[in-house]
Design a protein around this ligand. Structure first.
Ligand code: ZN
Length: 343
């Protein structure tokens, strides 16, 4: 009996289990009810008690070794099968098809705005994100003590001479005015940077669109007509809007433009702070000083300018309540815009 156990142990050790077939033959040969080990147990029952005590533990350990080898081989074969095929394959199933991405909501809104201004003759212009003090502040009439010039509000890359991350895309318009002669009709679009705490309503960077028209005899009515075109095309004909007197260093007179709150239809809610109106942009007639700074004769030419945050427009258009969603790359958020055409 002892010899037989030793033989079986040797045979078991030298058996290689490499697939399901060899696993099954191992099971049949060693551990099934009619297998070699079961036969040994049958014979064991016939042994005298004294021998049972000696052989019992050895026989049990053989049985355990066989079961252990079977289990570990079975799980190895299963793991190998899954890693090769992923899962069992039904070749008759339809394929998944290519995964197509979607445009970012800000890109969708930018494309809409660019196209509606291009249709009325505005050219899209671009400029650098790092600019000097002149293009961002001085040429735009910002006084020396203006808070926007403070380290707390602006990211400076270098001091004396100052180089900074532009705080608005109006800096691009100054560069255009310096190099072109009127009539000028341009929109500048891009990322701008402000040293602000990140929250649902503000971020340290956002996208801005700045528009400008310079020619002879430009009137405030031209500005209003342009803004009406923008609002009605983007938000619909029924949208109400109002101009509120305001102040910007580079325009005079200046106005802020509100539209009626789309969430509550003007009845009042938390988004519009119960006023029924939400601000969408700032605008005004370009200050003659700004024209002089760009070597354009203010006696001969005048013009208007306007600026808006793209994120704000997108939030109103798609009723998004947190500015941070635009830059956090959550696929669940971005996938919602899959059906929106970006033009
Ligand atoms: Zn409201």
């Amino acid at each position: 009996m002892i010899d037989r156990i030793a033989q079986l142990r040797e045979k078991m050790a030298s058996t290689i289990i490499k697939d399901k077939e060899t696993l099954e033959s191992f099971r049949r040969h060693f551990i099934s009810k009619k297998g070699a080990i079961s036969l040994l147990f049958e014979a064991f029952k016939e042994l005298p008690t004294g021998e049972k005590k000696v052989i019992g533990p050895t026989l049990n350990s053989l049985k355990q070794a066989a079961e252990k080898k079977f289990k570990s081989a079975a799980s190895a074969i299963e793991a190998k099968h899954v890693s090769v095929t992923g899962q069992s394959v039904d070749v008759t199933l339809p394929s998944f098809g290519p995964t197509i991405g979607s445009l970012h909501p800000l890109t969708i809104v930018q494309n809409k705005i660019i196209s509606l201004f291009q249709r009325i003759g505005f050219n899209l212009v671009e400029g650098p994100e790092i600019v000097g003090d002149w293009h961002n502040f001085t040429a735009l009439n910002f006084p020396d003590n203006h808070p926007a010039r403070d380290m707390q509000d602006t990211f400076f890359v270098q001091r004396n001479p100052d180089q900074l991350l532009r705080t608005h895309t109006t800096s691009v318009q100054i560069a255009i005015c310096e190099t072109q002669s009127p009539p000028i009709r341009s929109i500048a679009l891009g990322r701008v940077f402000r040293n602000e705490a990140v929250s649902a309503r503000s971020h340290c960077f956002f996208h801005q669109l700045d528009g400008m028209y310079i020619n002879t005899d430009v009137t405030f009515s031209d500005l209003k007509g342009t803004i009406y075109h923008f609002v009605e095309t983007l938000f619909g004909q029924a949208t109400k809007l109002r101009f509120r007197a305001s102040y910007f260093p580079f325009t005079e007179p200046s106005a802020e433009v509100d539209i009626n709150c789309r969430l509550c239809q003007g009845k009042g809610c938390t988004v519009c702070k119960h006023s029924g109106w939400v601000e969408i942009l700032g605008a005004g007639m370009i200050d003659p000083n700004v024209l002089s700074n760009c070597h354009i004769d203010p006696e001969k030419y005048n013009g208007f300018a306007f600026g808006m945050g793209i994120e704000r427009i997108a939030m109103l258009l798609y009723q998004i309540d947190d500015l941070r969603l635009f830059s956090e790359n959550h696929l669940d958020f971005l996938r919602q815009f899959k059906s929106v055409l970006g033009h």
